[in-house]
Design a protein around this ligand. Sequence first.
Ligand SMILES: O=C(CO)[C@H](O)[C@H](O)COP(=O)(O)O
Length: 249
Amino acid sequence: MKLVPLFMRSRLFATMSALDSAKKSAAIKAVDLHVQNNTVVGVGSGSTVVYAVERLAERVKSEKLNIQCIPTSFQARQLIIQHRLPITDLEVNPKLDVCIDGADEVDCNLTLIKGGGGCLLQEKIVASCSKELIIIADYTKNSQKLGDQYKKGIPIEVVPMAYVPIKTQIENLFGGTVELRMAKAKAGPVVTDNGNFILDWKNFQQDYDWEDVNKKLSLIPGVVETGLFIKIAKKAYFGLADGSVKEQV
Ligand SMILES: O=C(CO)[C@H](O)[C@H](O)COP(=O)(O)O
């Protein structure tokens, strides 16, 4: 095992805990302001959402809140079950009051990149059934233009057999580079909760009309969904390093 000098370890720890507390304060604020008794709530995916689920569980216990939760991924489903929150689905509850979810990047127009965790398809479906999508994130996700902060690319969920022609079409239409997302603890590609692959479109131009790009991407045969969330989010809460929370509408 490689030894990390003590001064570097404490700096690493300090950075991680500042980010975590920023995620937590954003999550608490969103849950406290957007969830009441009888709310049907969409539970997003990722590390920030963990704090939202913890807060939901606290409030259900202390305030005896009656809520119903709809997961956006296998991870979200497990979180809901672990915290013994009531779970439902779109078949029973096709209309949600609110969906609380994280994001990989949020630009000045509340356009989002989502899907860093590979859950974009169910996240977009659940968000589209919700009266409001509320984003919770730490301060590193807040940017002027997409691509300013998040360098891992725009995730695009695709049908496996079509990943090569889709990659070529995106590169020819828009430039940049498109990579098949590879798994970390499995040989081969990441397979989504829906049995699809993820392409990450990197080094894209930043001054695109994202609505137009999203329409064109969605029309390519085999594209299941894009990680571009345009005019869907109602509000974003960013936890800041000083413990405060910034709101963006
Ligand atoms: O879109 C997502 C998963 O598909 C997540 O919301 C996004 O990746 C943010 O995750 P985190 O809260 O861990 O930063």
